[in-house]
Design a binder for this molecule. Sequence first.
Ligand code: OGA
Ligand code: MN
Length: 206
Amino acid sequence: MDLIVLYFRGMNEWLNDFELNGWAELRNFLTTEISKGLLLEMDELQSNVEFQQASIGKNDSKQVNLSQRGDFISWIDPKNPLPWASQYLKELEQVMSMLNRHFYLGLRDYECHYAHYPVGSFYKRHIDRHAQGSARRVSSVFYLNSNWEESAGGELVIYDGKSEPSRIMPELGTLVLFLSEMEHEVLQTLRNRKSITGWMLTETIL
Ligand code: OGA
Ligand code: MN
């Protein structure tokens, strides 16, 4: 095999992973500068506006349930994002079109929020695709935590059918993508854990 083919293989390794397993981990997806910029923006936002306690379910059955999840969130308005968030949205746009080109997923829109898991919080095993006709097809999580260590817990666990489910550390710069119908959970975190969580949708948001 010639070098150029190997090069492209390496570049798109995550697409192979995604095809094979339904999920992929992209370490150092963005530069440290952008990742740290995103973290600063999030911290600043959080000191000015109160993040909402995240809920589960949809519409009438929507409720806060601390035995299920304990994170606090703030939605990013795609029409009015902060400067680094705007950069982030552009990058995710690229990822979305690559997924469309390779897998014909029909992804048409993207929604995302900042998420803060305070010390002691978690999100029990669940799927992101709501029962009644959810447009969520691919979930994305971009992590904002420098020097994460295993002893801090807070790993994302993906139940991908392997004998041992896969674990991902929420390290600064890592992007994880997975099919929204796959079961996953966030283990209890012993450190503040921050991220941008989002969903690629098969319908456009009004
Ligand atoms: C979610 C979720 C995973 C993570 O918000 O639905 O599963 O690693 N997040 O934060
Ligand atoms: Mn989830």
